[in-house]
Write a protein of this length. Structure first.
Length: 251
């Protein structure tokens, strides 16, 4: 098995906020005193946290704004009969399920599911992505339903076998090819920090061992299933959702 590439370090430029220092310690991010144009860094500007790569013609810059802009518009327009909601079984139930998202990335889909009423735990192994998503979430209404945890997915899933398992495990493995412009921008940052996609089969097996009702896997349109045994597929405009129902679970 190839050795996982060591990701570049991302530091936090000191902001003077105690909550930022607390979250930096929580996610294991080193705090520095000043901007460094040659480094990956997190910094606060105009009230929002930003994540940027070293400066240059191919520099990348991300922020998450749940109050305005494309992400805010997506969250405001969410409906339970949208493809992601149907895949997670939301359209036909009154009590919303608990969801574990162990491949959370920037937590955009976790935010969408929380907006629809699910109680979500999002796990992200790349500390900078977890920090950025958590910063946007903890100061918004999403904090009531969405919690971000830093760490590796497989050990976390394995440790839940005898605990209180989630109703739904939602998997969004890194796509082999980028999608639209915004997804491509996110993907460039994720690839730069996390490296290329790894073998996702062990993650699917672990998810199937934990989920009470179903495992939902987000896939590229036309791409192969992550594993055998797909119960049904919910198509979307740019992606599809493969649903693996557990025995006896409602459709």
């Amino acid at each position: 098995m190839p050795t996982r590439r060591e990701p570049p370090e991302v530091t936090l430029v000191a902001t003077g906020r105690g909550s930022d220092l607390h979250n930096a310690a929580r996610f294991g991010i080193r705090v520095v005193e000043a901007r460094d144009p040659s480094a990956w860094q997190l910094w606060r500007s105009l009230g929002r946290m930003h994540l940027g790569s070293p400066t240059g013609k191919d520099a990348l810059l991300l922020d998450l704004d749940v109050g305005q802009g494309p992400l805010a518009r997506r969250l405001r327009s969410m409906r339970r009969d949208d493809p992601i909601g149907r895949a997670c079984g939301l359209a036909k139930r009154t009590e919303m399920p608990t969801v574990l998202d162990p491949t959370a990335g920037l937590c955009r889909d976790a935010m969408a599911l929380a907006t629809l009423g699910c109680h979500v735990v999002a796990i992200e192994r790349i500390a900078a992505l977890a920090f950025l998503a958590n910063d946007a979430i903890e100061s918004s209404w999403l904090a009531e339903r969405l919690r971000v945890v830093g760490g590796e997915s497989l050990p976390t899933l394995a440790g839940m076998a005898g605990d209180r398992p989630p109703d739904v495990v939602y998997l969004d493995p890194m796509f082999r090819t980028p999608g639209d412009a915004q997804v491509k921008k996110d993907m460039q940052v994720c690839r730069a920090l996390a490296g290329p996609p790894e073998d996702e089969a062990p993650l699917l097996r672990a998810a199937l061992a934990v989920a009470r009702e179903r495992v939902v896997v987000k896939r590229e349109v036309g791409g192969p299933a992550l594993g055998d045994g797909v119960s049904f597929v919910v198509p979307g405009e740019r992606v599809r959702f493969d649903v693996y129902l557990r025995p006896g679970a409602p459709r």
